[in-house]
Design a protein around this ligand. Sequence first.
Ligand code: RIB
Ligand code: CA
Length: 313
Amino acid sequence: MSARKIIIDTDPGQDDAVAILLALASPDELDLLGITCVAGNVPLELTSKNARITCEAAGKTDVPVYAGSNAPLSRPLITAEHVHGQTGLDGPELWEPQMPLAEGHGVDFIIGTLRREAPGTVTLCTLGPLTNIAAAFNRAPDIIERVQEVVMMGGAYFEVGNITPAAEFNIYVDPEAAEIVFRSGAPTTVMPLDVTHKVLATKPRVETIRALNTRVGHFTAEMLDFFERFDVEKYGSEGGPLHDPCVIAWLLKPELFSGRGVNVEVETRSDLTLGMTVADWWGVTDRAPNALFIGDADADGFFNLLTERLARL
Ligand code: RIB
Ligand code: CA
């Protein structure tokens, strides 16, 4: 079976970086056509630098990395240095990447790739605010029906918010973009906090990764050593939730996950609940389902997959 063609749209972010490493470690299953960076956890200049650092850490510098949108569609940028540190990739010692940014804007790459590749053969893996995807859909509506699947980390329902009491960060930063994607009609699978908070990088799991005793093993463990602080302090959890790698793990082993096809709408007006993903989990409205909303995961199976793949780099 040929490898699945994917584009990763991302705002690295330690958990984004782990997701990118997982994809880079799985070339038999995933054909990573390119990485498009978006402003989110930290400004675009840093997310596009961190994506290249991650590729260099994996020794995979042939993947084109594009800079995309440097701000949400219609709002000022909100960042999350309090979670990811000033660099966005605090933890390991970092370096100035040698690989250059690819020529062109990330949104143009998304449009061009979807128009070039056969319809229904490219999956958009979104790990940050949905600004690039929404901008591409707005500028080139013809590409929407050519998308195989949007697999996004974003939103929350039973788990409620992590940046406000009601909203998850990726949706909160650009709720208008999220609304465009949810209403686009593109087949969409959502990895909300409901599931990502169940895949925690606990100490034993991080030590197993460190014990790989490879450059990638140490790089990953040192990122996770730093990344857990916010969630352990806020939730008292036993480790940092590996939000973004759930998107890639879904493509590699979907059987690790379970969810429900529901309607998801995004709050874009209320200051109180801006960015909230209103998932009709119990089917109490007549709104048509527009997303597979994942609620559960086999956490041990997830970390076994992640560790086995990281060992390949
Ligand atoms: O709320 C978690 C999401 O926001 C993750 O994608 C994390 O990297 C940040 O972008
Ligand atoms: Ca992210």
